[in-house]
Write a protein that binds this ligand. Structure first.
Ligand SMILES: [Zn+2]
Length: 251
């Protein structure tokens, strides 16, 4: 293992790293990948400084979708840059559909933190926490997440009014209103996913509705597309947006 600077928050499980017998083989580590993706797609490359992600080449067999619970993509990138935890995702998609890549696809960054204390999953999965980060590609959608209704208006956790609202038939993590992922985001995400699935040989699994809750396939490191809540009971992203589910089923 490469010498790496571990942030406090990750020391606990990084130190206990074990040899994982189910680690995907390394044959799909991309070579000219970053270049080919960049030139064939409209992706803005704004790589984080090299000490802000883990400079270790790993194979990838799954894609994990997130939302930032925040403002613009740039504000999230600025946050990642000032953090010493090497947190972030490979890609972030702004509300206008702009895709920014901040980590090379050969390398990895902490985006799941499965070992979180509040995460109610079996301990054996928590013990191999960083394995999930190493072998997955993370994509963030810039979005505020859960909203609270007050006098017919909708507010995010910063008490700022949000206009684009999706109402869920069934609540998700105790909320029925979320900031809607924009059509531009969904469209850009589709193009990006198709490209990544093709290059890495990642399939789209049959039961896509099941990725919005703890998912056994995700925890067993089976190839596929998942969300942060496929691995964490204490997260909100992504919520089961109708437009997102429909797009994923079309892949
Ligand atoms: Zn997340």
């Amino acid at each position: 293992m490469k010498k790496s600077r571990m942030a406090d928050g990750f020391k606990a499980f990084a130190g206990k790293e074990i040899t994982n017998t189910t680690t995907p083989n390394t044959s799909n580590i991309p070579k000219a990948m970053d270049h080919s993706i960049e030139s064939s797609r409209n992706i803005v490359q704004e790589l984080l400084p090299a000490n802000q992600y883990v400079g270790e080449h790993t194979s990838k067999n799954a894609i994990v979708l997130h939302h930032t619970a925040g403002g613009s993509a740039d504000s999230s990138i600025a946050w990642w840059k000032q953090s010493s935890d090497r947190v972030g995702t490979h890609f972030i998609i702004d509300r206008d559909g702009t895709v920014k890549q901040v980590v090379p696809l050969t390398d990895w960054i902490y985006h799941l933190y499965v070992a979180s204390k509040g995460n109610k999953i079996p301990a054996r999965f928590k013990r191999i926490g960083s394995t999930y980060d190493k072998h997955t590609i993370g994509i963030e959608l810039a979005s505020y997440g859960p909203l609270t209704q007050k006098d017919g208006k909708f507010y995010n956790v910063y008490n700022k009014e949000v206009l684009a609202v999706e109402k869920l038939d069934k609540g998700h993590k105790g909320y029925i209103y979320y900031e809607a992922y924009t059509p531009a985001q969904i469209k850009s995400l589709k193009v990006l996913l198709e490209s990544l699935m093709n290059v890495f040989g990642i399939p789209r699994q049959d039961h896509i509705e099941k990725i919005f809750d703890i998912n056994d396939d995700a925890l067993q490191q089976r190839p596929g597309i998942y969300t942060h809540v496929s691995y964490r009971t204490d997260k909100f992203d992504c919520y089961p947006s109708k437009a997102l589910i429909e797009m994923l089923k079309s892949l």
